[in-house]
Design a protein around this ligand. Sequence first.
Ligand SMILES: C[S@@+](CC[C@H](N)C(=O)[O-])C[C@H]1O[C@@H](n2cnc3c(N)ncnc32)[C@H](O)[C@@H]1O
Length: 195
Amino acid sequence: MNFYDGFMKGFEESSLKRERKKLIPRAHGNVLEIGAGTGANLKYYDLKKIKTLELTDQVIKNSLLQNLKNLEDKEKIRTRNVNVISLPYPDKIFDTVVFTLVFCSVVDVSMGIREVKRVLKDDGEVVFIEHVLPENIPLKYMFNFINPAWKIMANGCNLNRNFIHSFEEEEFKIKCLNKFGITVFISGCAVKAKV
Ligand SMILES: C[S@@+](CC[C@H](N)C(=O)[O-])C[C@H]1O[C@@H](n2cnc3c(N)ncnc32)[C@H](O)[C@@H]1O
């Protein structure tokens, strides 16, 4: 287990599992998951509502492939090495795009969000969980202060991103939002603001 995974384990048990359970079953139709990692969201998909599920990551991990083996209905699931800043899909083909704890380490956030918007159908929905710069002032200072060291220890992960701002700048409208873990985490769903 690396430094980041060790740190996140407590949050996974205390709150992330609950948020995954609440949000991931919203995914329906043709679904794209970005940065699937080891497949933490896999068991929460309602596969009856899903036509195809593209599980992607910049590098598909063996642990994801292993976790997939135990799943029923896997004929509708495909894995693919994909970087969010350059999605190898045509415009407007996905009903749902899912990403959880991914944009903290994407180098060009705006480019990634624009790609998500491009491949999402006009009536499609994005489902997300991210960690962001907390609202509490002392914590905000602390997160900004430790970010350079954290980024090195945690594989390029940033503690001080304002994901909602970046998302809204690229013309997404937040439909549902929950802040948790003393506002370190956000989870929610969003749609295109203009179609
Ligand atoms: C912290 S892990 C989260 C994994 C999983 N989504 C979860 O909720 O546990 C971040 C994942 O995002 C992937 N990732 C980071 N940057 C990416 C990018 N530019 N494009 C696609 N995947 C990326 C990493 O490879 C990693 O698997």
